[in-house]
Design a protein around this ligand. Structure first.
Ligand code: ATP
Ligand code: FE
Length: 355
């Protein structure tokens, strides 16, 4: 089975071809075109600009993905497209393109949940077996999911406000470091003392797996201002200490909450316990090490898919669509795009079915 995937739910336009042969899936091509430079001046993704950019480049992404895979449209068995959740204008760009291709070729159309795409990626990259525990941690997301089947996800908890990536980016801005903030803060933190400036660990003392990062941001702002007032400006040492203190707080929050999530997951007595971390923040060395160590303690296999497949891409969308394609299921032209689509609401939404 060979399937085309299309992704356009945020600020990356992407297309990919994935093939499944003898039970093993292979990424034949994965094309991603980011829009960061279009949004840079606005300090965030502008939905209207994103939607237009997707509409302009998505068809080229599809052409490039087919070409790189060395196949033509006639070699495909189906088309998978992100139908939500995300910025609706962007999602619509992808859904309309996929519908056009499906109508023109007669290929089955499959609507995929973007988060399911992320959550199933460790099966593509590391062959994890159900059920496994997943921490999705990026610029826009932070949640624990027990992935029990291709269409069965249990959310154990997540951030109640900001995502850690967003907090890293904000911290970088406050400290005068470049964007994206994650790598810059990580590098700066190496020279700092994580213990000198005390920052809070919100929600750490509460039961459960929910997390909060917005208070940390505010505390960092205050601590920075205090340092600046005391020294008449931000010294190099203070900047490094603030970065180190911030990163240490995020590491501790993620480690503690992952410990609880692992406990809940292990109650299911999985045959081959496994944990995967994905999302841009998973690139952070100290975060990765803390989680890996925790898994080793618990006898749980640790995996972290390569970054290109755990940030937004279309290979994960194609892969997530394979199961339904193989089962002969499809959505047809009534497939609706929707801005919100919780992972536990199973089927793809249809136009006219109510939202
Ligand atoms: P989403 O896909 O969830 O909507 P996104 O596109 O912003 O959000 P990703 O591309 O997965 O998310 O990740 C980008 C985020 O990861 C940025 O906030 C960036 O600062 C953060 N990040 C990247 N590298 C590191 C690092 N080494 N340490 C911490 N954070 C990092
Ligand atoms: Fe994403």
């Amino acid at each position: 089975l060979t399937i085309l995937g299309i992704e356009s739910s945020c600020d990356d336009s992407a297309a990919a071809v994935v093939r499944r042969e003898d039970g093993a899936a292979r990424v034949l091509s994965s094309v991603v075109r980011g829009q960061a430079e279009l949004h840079a001046a606005f300090g965030g993704v502008v939905p209207e600009i994103a939607a237009r950019a997707h509409a302009e480049v998505l068809d080229h992404c599809v052409e490039a993905a087919l070409e790189q895979a060395g196949i033509g449209i006639a070699d495909l068995d189906g088309i998978a497209v992100t139908a939500g959740p995300g910025l609706i204008g962007g999602v619509l760009s992808g859904v309309m393109l996929a519908k056009g291709l499906s109508a023109a070729t007669g290929l089955p159309l499959i609507g995929v949940n973007h988060l399911a795409g992320h959550a199933l990626t460790p099966r593509l990259t590391d062959g994890l077996e159900f059920p496994y525990l997943m921490l999705l941690v990026s610029g826009g997301h932070c949640q624990f999911l027990v992935v029990e089947g291709e269409d069965a996800f249990r959310r154990l908890g997540g951030t109640i406000d900001d995502a850690p990536g967003e907090a890293f980016d904000k911290t970088a801005r406050l400290l005068g470091l470049p964007q994206p903030g994650g790598p810059a803060v990580e590098a700066e933190a190496r020279a700092g003392d994580p213990a000198r400036i005390a920052l809070p660990r919100p929600l750490l003392d509460r039961p459960g797996c929910d997390m909060s990062f917005s208070g940390l941001k505010t505390a960092l702002l205050r601590a920075r201002d205090a340092e600046m007032a005391a020294a008449g400006g931000l010294t190099r040492a203070a900047r490094a200490d603030l970065a180190a203190g911030f990163q240490a707080a995020v590491v501790e929050i993620l480690r503690e909450k992952t410990r609880r999530a692992l406990d809940l997951y292990l109650e299911l007595a999985p045959a081959r316990p496994a944990f995967a971390v994905a999302g841009g923040v998973a690139a952070n060395g100290p975060i990765r090490e803390a989680l890996q160590e925790l898994c080793a303690e618990r006898g749980v296999a640790f995996s972290a898919p390569p970054l290109a497949l755990c940030t937004d891409n279309a290979a994960m969308i194609a892969f997530a669509g394979l199961g339904r394609l193989a089962a002969g299921e499809a959505d047809g032209l009534g497939l609706a795009a929707r801005p919100r689509w919780p992972l536990d609401a199973r089927a793809a939404p249809m136009i006219g079915s109510g939202r």
